[in-house]
Design a binder for this molecule. Structure first.
Ligand SMILES: Cc1cc2nc3c(=O)[nH]c(=O)nc-3n(C[C@H](O)[C@H](O)[C@H](O)COP(=O)(O)O)c2cc1C
Length: 209
């Protein structure tokens, strides 16, 4: 499968067949993950591979009872090595690069899984402390995503995306163009349209400034 096809075929899978996945296949996914770009090539990620059913159930409970997690034959918890990044890049490394590096690796993993017919779901809603306890994570290792992996039991839900015209800004933020006709559209942000109103995010993303 070419990359664009894998990107468009991937979807969040929340129902898994009980069939085993060969461990070597899982290693292939983590191999794909580690070829992601990373700040300073520090590769500030770690992957905890979980097969034990009690641990999987504990992770599902930590993820606010998203029980489909424990139905997957394998669960990978992708973690950021925040300390590794902090040593070189300080706060920016700790709070930003390590998370971004790990996120890039996660996406590689999801796409590689799609390519070989495996289903995954990026689960980011979980109780940090419980996940830390279940996995014995030391200080400086932060869980970023819980990823159940298995053969899909159903097709999953096809989600939609906002139009290109809404997310491409020309030269400056807020300067839009109709991507089909090329007509410029500098209309002010519409009320209640978050994508066109940067003020709605003020404060939330201070760390990235
Ligand atoms: C940071 C992040 C956190 C997410 N957390 C969850 C989650 O806790 N539970 C879940 O079912 N899906 C979760 N998702 C998956 C999204 O809901 C899903 O990607 C989105 O609805 C688009 O659907 P698709 O993945 O099928 O394209 C998360 C995705 C990301 C990137």
């Amino acid at each position: 499968m070419d990359v664009i096809s894998a990107i468009k075929a991937r979807r969040s899978v929340k129902a898994f067949k009980p069939d085993k996945v060969p461990i070597k296949t899982i290693y292939r996914l983590i191999d794909a993950a580690r070829w992601a770009p990373s700040a300073g090539n520090l590769q500030s990620w770690e992957f905890i591979l979980v097969e034990d059913s009690t641990a999987k159930k504990q992770l599902a409970a930590a993820a606010l009872s998203q029980d489909f997690i424990s139905d997957a034959p394998y669960v990978i918890v992708a973690c950021a090595d925040t300390e590794r990044s902090a040593v070189k890049y300080g706060a920016r490394g700790k709070y930003f690069y390590s998370i971004v590096d790990t996120s890039a690796a996660i996406e590689n993993l999801l796409l590689a899984a799609t390519d070989i017919g495996l289903g995954t779901c990026w689960v980011g809603s979980f109780n940090n402390n419980i996940v830390r306890d279940v996995l014995g994570l030391p200080e400086g290792i932060a869980p970023v995503a819980i990823i159940p992996i298995g053969y899909p039991a159903d097709e999953g839900e096809r989600t939609t995306r906002t139009s290109l015209g809404n997310i491409i800004h020309f030269e400056r933020f807020g300067k839009f163009q109709n991507v089909k006709t090329g007509d410029s559209d500098e209309s002010p942000p519409k009320k209640n349209d978050r994508r066109r109103n940067p003020r709605d995010d003020s404060g939330l993303l201070d760390i990235f400034r």
